[in-house]
Design a protein around this ligand. Structure first.
Ligand code: PNS
Length: 158
């Protein structure tokens, strides 16, 4: 069985993330979305909330699971029996950092392959940080994040 992990902060999940998850779920037997619990970015939403949002918006995908992790990504991937790490690329700006991460993860675990998926061009400008900024200004989030979580994001900024 080909298992892939799709890691990230998902603070919160965007339509760009969901698009990658849906496409990866058609390529792999199982996709485990890995939510990094605590990172230097000081998440706006708790790890539990971020996981719950992802579970809510991926409930139509039978081969997708969500879990949170701390520590090294390669250790999380191994614990999930995953041989592939999926990363989404939006623009060339993402490339340098992701290239470095992929090489580092390969150095840490030679069996771990990172595979990149190009973000759907419809979503290439969306990031969680932009969603949070917009939500802070009470901007319209429709089209940026899945409809099922918009009210929860708005509530956070009320
Ligand atoms: O959505 P993000 O914030 O771009 O995701 C970054 C993430 C979670 C993929 C990255 O920070 C990560 O893999 N963190 C786990 C720690 C790790 O393995 N770091 C690389 C070796 S130091």
């Amino acid at each position: 069985m080909r298992i892939a992990v799709y890691p990230g902060s998902f603070d919160p999940i965007t339509n760009g993330h969901l698009d990658i998850i849906e496409r990866a779920s058609r390529v792999f037997d199982k996709v485990v979305v890995g939510v990094l619990k605590n990172n230097s970015k000081k998440p706006k939403f708790s790890a539990e909330k971020r996981v719950e949002f992802i579970e809510r918006v991926t409930s139509h995908l039978d081969n997708v699971e969500t879990d949170s992790f701390e520590g090294l990504l390669v250790d999380f991937a191994k614990a999930q029996n995953a041989s592939v790490i999926i990363k989404g690329l939006r623009t060339v700006n993402d490339f340098e950092y992701e290239f470095q991460m992929a090489l580092l993860n390969k150095a840490l675990d030679s069996e771990c392959e990172t595979m990149f998926m190009m973000t759907n061009s419809k979503y290439s400008y969306i990031s969680s940080s932009m969603v949070n900024e917009l939500a802070g200004f009470k901007g319209d989030l429709s089209g940026l994040v899945p409809a099922e979580i918009i009210d929860d994001i708005k509530a956070k900024y009320e």
